[in-house]
Design a protein around this ligand. Structure first.
Ligand SMILES: [Mg+2]
Length: 251
């Protein structure tokens, strides 16, 4: 019996193909907010470029290390550690302060896929629990800002999980187990929907869930290496039709 569906966030529910900004320029703007906050409220740092370089080096190293370890980088800790490396006294600044000063917002050129709200509404009306599992280095409190902007937040009152909060990235089984505990369902009662063959499909299957791959174009190959999704969809409406086939009478 189907009880729950977990969704990846980026390029599964939120469309990033329309993102037109330069990511580093965008990040630098938020980083500057942290730097200015520190200078104003905490400690007189003098060298913006040194802080920015320290931050970007640490982000790069954290993601490099994560490729093998699957240990999730955490934006707040990197912001703080970069500041400590620039001479801020230990204990003078906290992670949450850094995140507040970062002042994150949804990029203007990203959107929820148009098929998403209607499908989520139908799932919830039919008592299917739904949740989010994202490989983000921002804690969920920051991704929530984007979800609210895109009108998605209220669909997911009970289970929204960012890798940064759990400490593990998909495809590590622990992040999927954490989500299942959050929903209170077993792997065989839960489906995962995502767009990344390794993180989402192989990861979910490794944790015992059925995995459905969202592909943007019907022509995109569905098999990547040895990863074979249990199902493939182009829109979330296709997901509802797939559920009709797998779980007749679910709605
Ligand atoms: Mg994705």
């Amino acid at each position: 019996m189907l009880k729950a569906i977990l969704f990846d966030l980026d390029d599964t529910l939120i469309d990033w193909s329309t993102f037109t900004d330069n990511w580093e320029v965008r990040e630098a703007k938020h980083l500057r907010g942290v730097f200015d906050y520190i200078c104003r409220e905490v400690y007189p740092l003098t060298d913006w470029n040194a802080y920015a370089q320290e931050y970007f080096n640490r982000v790069r190293d954290a993601w490099m290390n994560a490729r093998d370890s699957l240990l999730a980088p955490h934006l707040g800790h990197i912001l703080l550690d970069a500041a400590l490396a620039q001479g801020i006294p230990e204990g003078a600044l906290g992670v949450q302060e850094c995140l507040n000063a970062y002042n994150w917002a949804a990029p203007e050129s990203t959107y929820a896929f148009p098929d998403v709200p209607a499908a989520l509404r139908i799932l919830r009306e039919n008592n299917i629990k739904i949740g989010i599992v994202t490989n983000a280095f921002q804690p969920m409190t920051l991704r929530d800002i984007e979800m609210k902007t895109h009108g998605l937040l209220d669909f997911f009152p009970e289970c929204r999980i960012s890798a940064a909060d759990v400490g593990y990235l998909k495809p590590h089984p622990k992040i999927f187990q954490f989500a299942l505990e959050c929903l209170g369902t077993e792997p065989h009662e839960t489906i995962f929907v995502g767009d990344n063959p390794v993180a989402d499909i192989a990861g979910a299957q490794g944790a015992g869930l059925k995995a459905v791959m969202r592909v943007k174009h019907p022509t995109q190959p569905l098999i990547s290496g040895l990863v074979v999704p249990d199902g493939a969809i182009n829109t979330l409406n296709d997901l509802l039709l797939l559920l009709d086939k797998w779980y007749p009478g679910w709605r």
